[in-house]
Design a binder for this molecule. Sequence first.
Ligand code: 5GP
Length: 174
Amino acid sequence: MNTSKLEILIKKEDLKNKIKELADQLNEKYKNESLTVIAILNGALFFFSDLLKLLKMPIQIDTIVVSSYDGTKSTDKIVYHKKIVKPIIENQNVIIIEDIIDTGRTMNSVFEYVQSLKPKTLDLVVLASKEDTKTKFKYDYKSLFIVPDKYIVGYGFGIDDLYRQLEDIYIINE
Ligand code: 5GP
């Protein structure tokens, strides 16, 4: 794996601290409730598993596999490779865990799909959002980090599926 073009952006300690902060907030907000947590894969893989380990309420998990990127370019074509397996989320508290919002196209589609299954509440948490992009995402969400409008890799973020296993997050200098 060629790491010479990578410039560190977010260190694993900072990821850990922010995720712990988020878990504390969720543990407080859903103290006496149960939760369905849906990960958008592959990008949210590590964020999802690190967060889950810190949650204290009864949780069910599910996953959606969707793609819209071709290499480092966002495209209009949103492809669902897998939808949720247990679509019985009516009247449940649901949180969607996503890696990043760039243009917002992917999440508009995913959010509306999950919303159509009539959950009691629906929150979206993303690990990062791009600072300079005018996101077209239409709903409220929480973002743990604001990142520059550059392509990032590591901690689940890949480029053509490479670099996902890195523990920190990097900018790729092309
Ligand atoms: P959007 O539909 O918001 O333009 O794109 C969202 C999806 O594109 C994310 O779920 C993610 O898979 C991918 N994506 C957007 N920006 C980046 C980036 O900087 N790095 C990586 N690895 N993926 C990105």
